[in-house]
Design a protein around this ligand. Structure first.
Ligand code: G6P
Ligand code: MN
Ligand code: MN
Length: 416
């Protein structure tokens, strides 16, 4: 099968090549698509070398021509970043002027990213509809994953949204318990980058209460949370919950520190230098300093189950479709789902307790408005989405942030 990777010039791609090389014998052709030819010239060859070093036979090539890249593909992986780390740096910076967190997917920065990203992803998806193999799957890693996945599904595409948070925690709990990652089943609930682990099951038994009893400090540190958040409520929040539960402390810390975008840009420059070495045929350890650890394994597992009709359970971004009664059926949630050739079907989940239900409902409504703003544009829609966000929520603040967000992103917005 042919696999196309949109945003294939990403410095993350060698991680994907490593996963494909180890675990995806069904891929016969890998095409990396990126508008940045200089990036492709470094990332393409090293990705080919890594696959070959694993003994993988696939033809690996790279192109700036999206049509050529997508033509006949059985799956299209979308992992692009409009405006690169420079745009992310702005998302992480200007909201601080309003005493709000600066983050690439949460809060006002996340809305800016959605506005820049959704139209381009939909364009690529239309190209895939015309040129990819019939029934091809779109796998979206592009943030904000919840909003982008909903955009794709609303437009009628065969799409699944993917994030590495759940697979990372599955592996983390497996290492704490001394068991194989596949034997750990998470009760993972919420929206993309707004999730909690309610149970960590091995052979049907929930081992989370015991883990919290014995190792709560260590687990809290792993997810950047205050320990009482875990012990008082019996769940493990993802590290994105820090932007809610510790919002003001996080704003204060961000004001003192450099941005994550700047740190990532420095890592990327070094990675590109390393990739240019024709002797390099393994994924460099430096790549482990990026947040996307295990993303290749999540992608390979999802591809294998979609194409092979496996019927196993993986955590994905999928339509709510009645899973949580208080959310619209069309909302996109991040939960364990049974993965077969007809697409993911959420595993029935216990109702969310009020503490989770309030925030999930609030952010899901924001996501609906954010998507509307991304699709239709216009100042009023941006202002409404910001007003709906639980981390903003005040009229005057939302109005001021709207003007700033549009000014900061005008060159990316066709309507601004
Ligand atoms: C995690 C998230 C991704 C996000 C990444 C950022 O992996 O799940 O959605 O893109 O962190 O990592 P970075 O190294 O770019 O800060
Ligand atoms: Mn993610
Ligand atoms: Mn413009």
């Amino acid at each position: 099968m042919k696999l196309a990777v949109i945003g294939g010039g990403s410095t993350y791609t060698p991680e994907l090549a490593d996963g494909l090389g180890r675990l995806a014998p069904q891929v016969t052709e890998l095409v990396l698509v990126d508008p940045d030819e200089a990036r492709l010239a470094a990332v393409g060859p090293v990705s080919a070398r890594i696959m070959r070093a694993h003994g993988h036979q696939a033809a690996v090539r790279w192109t700036s021509d999206a049509e050529d890249g997508i033509d006949g593909a059985a799956a299209v992986l979308i992992q692009l970043r409009v405006g690169g780390q420079a745009a992310r740096d702005r998302d992480e910076t200007w909201p601080l002027d309003f005493c709000c967190i600066g983050q690439e997917t949460t809060g006002a920065g996340g809305l800016a990213k959605a506005l820049r990203t959704v139209p381009l992803v939909l364009e690529i998806a239309e190209l895939a509809r015309r040129r990819a193999a019939p029934g091809a799957w779109l796998i979206d890693f592009t943030n904000p994953v919840g909003i982008v996945t909903r955009a794709l599904l609303d437009a009628g595409h065969r799409a699944v949204g993917l994030c590495n948070v759940a697979i990372g925690l599955q592996r983390y709990f497996a290492s704490l318990l001394g068991v194989a990652p596949e034997s750990v089943a998470l009760d993972h609930v919420g929206l993309n980058h707004l999730t909690w682990e309610r149970a960590v099951r091995v052979d049907g038994t929930d081992l989370l209460p015991g883990l919290l009893e014995a190792r709560s400090a260590e687990i809290a540190a792993h997810v950047d949370s205050a320990e009482p958040v875990l012990t008082a409520h019996g769940f493990v929040p993802s590290y994105y919950l820090r932007y809610y539960y510790e919002h003001d402390a996080e704003v204060a810390a961000q004001r003192k520190a450099g941005t994550r975008a700047a740190a990532v840009a420095a890592i990327e420059a070094e990675l590109l230098r390393m990739y240019a070495d024709p002797a390099l045929d393994t994924k460099p350890a430096l790549l482990g300093e990026r947040g996307g650890a295990y993303y290749s394994e999540a992608a390979v597992a999802l591809l294998a189950s979609l194409l092979g009709d496996a019927g196993d359970v993986q955590v994905v971004n999928v339509r709510n479709a009645g899973t949580f009664g208080f959310l619209a059926d069309e909302a996109v949630i991040e939960v364990p789902a049974v993965i077969g050739s007809a697409g993911p079907v959420p595993v029935p989940a216990a109702p969310l307790p009020p503490l989770l239900r309030g925030l999930v409902g609030h952010v899901s409504a924001y996501e609906e408005l954010a998507l509307d703003a991304a699709l239709q544009g216009g100042r009023a829609r941006v202002a409404e989405a910001l007003l709906a966000h639980p981390l903003i929520g005040q009229h005057e603040l939302a109005e001021k942030m709207t003007d700033r967000l549009i000014a900061e992103n005008a060159r990316f917005l066709s309507w601004a």
